[in-house]
Design a binder for this molecule. Structure first.
Ligand code: CAA
Length: 256
């Protein structure tokens, strides 16, 4: 596919997707979702890529869904626009590998929703977060009504969506919406360090943990703990797990 919006780079087992529509502050339109789905089609079967980073070009991560596209929609088209976005973000969330949002600037509306579909959010001090849909007389459409409360708690989700307030990176850190705040010029270095740490684990423990945590949240505690025990057992058939333990006992690095 000839990508018009996504810039894709793969190096050292880490894929980096840069959303590049800076004139519209990287607003998410239908073409963006087509391109992201195409990229995911290519990425899912690959086993040489161990982490994915998503960032934005210019002063925004993503300033929301594309208002210029939405303004012409009827109810049926609005529903289709929402479900297409939701399905794509679900796919991103369900990727076997860890996904990091490197939030370089505005992460508003659909941009905050994209960041929340990633596993971690590392933010530049310049980043701003919010669900300002209320200012447009609308509600979020890419699952902020569900993910925001799961990540930050009910009170913070109600506050951000019902007031449309935009918050700083430090406030986002305080409510658990981001995991770390960096100086703007250090953002990508910090994110790449984190991605490399996970990509360098040669066992199945990273994807296995992600799968159990992601799937377990939709189960009751007992069922989810059983899933953990089953997966814990399975890893004793993995050479890489045996090697990890042997290496510890022999006081050396695992030979992965
Ligand atoms: N959709 C379409 N275009 C957008 C956009 C969006 N979400 N956000 C910004 N742009 C465009 C602007 O229209 C402008 O285009 P022109 O130069 O052609 O006029 C360009 O990007 C630059 O934007 P500004 O001039 O507004 O830049 P600024 O620095 O003054 O302000 C901002 C930055 C505060 C982020 C402001 O652009 C803004 O408020 N954007 C909209 C944020 C928003 O409401 N997001 C939610 C969208 S709805 C949604 O996301 C629903 C959903 O959940 C599915």
């Amino acid at each position: 596919m000839d990508y018009q919006i996504l810039k894709i780079q793969i190096a050292d087992r880490i894929a980096t997707v840069t959303i590049s529509r800076p004139a519209a502050l990287n607003a998410l339109n239908t073409n963006f979702f087509k391109e992201l789905n195409h990229f995911l089609d290519d990425l899912e079967p690959r086993d040489d890529v161990k982490a994915l980073v998503i960032t934005g070009e210019g002063k925004a991560f993503v300033a929301g869904a594309d208002i210029a596209e939405m303004v012409h929609m009827n109810a049926e088209e609005g529903y289709a626009f929402s479900t297409f976005g939701q399905r794509t973000f679900d796919r991103l969330e369900q990727l076997a590998i860890p996904v990091i949002a490197a939030v370089n600037g505005y992460a508003l509306g659909g941009g905050c929703e994209l960041a929340m579909a990633c596993d971690f959010r590392i933010a530049s001090k310049l980043a701003k977060f919010g669900q300002p849909e209320m200012n447009l007389g609308m509600i979020p459409g890419y699952a902020a009504t569900q993910r925001l409360s799961r990540i930050t708690g009910l009170g913070n989700a109600l506050y951000l969506i019902l007031t449309a307030d935009t918050i700083s990176a430090d406030d986002a850190l305080r409510i658990g919406l981001v995991q770390k705040v960096t100086e703007p010029e250090q953002l990508m270095e910090e994110v790449m360090k984190l991605a490399a740490k996970m990509a360098g684990n040669g066992s199945q423990a990273v994807p296995r943990s992600k799968r159990i945590i992601r799937n377990g949240i939709a189960m009751d505690f007992k069922e989810a703990s059983e899933l953990e025990a089953v997966e814990f057992g399975k890893q004793f058939s993995d050479e890489a797990t045996k090697e990890g333990m042997k290496a510890f006992l022999e006081k050396r690095k695992p030979a992965w």
